[in-house]
Design a protein around this ligand. Structure first.
Ligand code: CMP
Length: 136
């Protein structure tokens, strides 16, 4: 079933010049770019996006990281897009992520792991409304 998901190419992806590489993997898989915008977010926006993590020990440095420079927010669409993006991204910790995945190929960190993908269709709905409120 065709689905939409929210993807972030986090500030490490932009800083390292990997936007084309990462975006190319999503496009080559067959996912369609429905919306795309480069922006720098503030702490309040980070708190809204990561609402379920704000109380966690790892959150303060994560907040500093995601607000540290421009990121690219995307809405991708395709069959089972939520699950497909998570498979392409790989495990959260880049040191444990399988080779062939985005994190497995390019990240050595649990925090600076290049990409975010919504973890469920319900999260995708919430996150798409948060990042792209005017998207039809
Ligand atoms: P993401 O998929 O965006 O969802 C939550 C983010 O928190 C995750 O990717 C990582 O960037 C970060 N994260 C999750 N767990 C940890 C952890 N144990 N230590 C540091 N960062 C983490």
């Amino acid at each position: 079933m065709s689905q939409r998901t929210l993807v972030l190419l986090k500030p490490d992806t932009v800083r390292r010049g990997l936007v084309g590489e990462v975006l190319g993997r999503f496009e080559a898989k067959g996912l369609r770019i429905v919306a795309m915008d480069q922006r720098t977010i503030d702490g309040e926006q980070a708190d809204q996006h990561y609402a379920e993590h704000v109380e966690r020990d790892f959150y303060p440095p994560l907040r500093a990281f995601v607000t540290s420079g421009p990121l690219v927010a995307l809405v991708l669409e395709g069959d089972e897009a939520v699950e497909v993006v998570r498979l392409l991204n790989g495990a959260t910790d880049g040191r444990k992520a399988a080779p062939g995945t985005i994190r497995g190929d390019f990240s050595l960190s649990n925090r600076e792991n290049l990409v975010h993908g919504s973890d469920s269709p319900e999260s995708a709905d919430r996150e798409i409304k948060l990042w792209f409120p005017d998207l039809p």
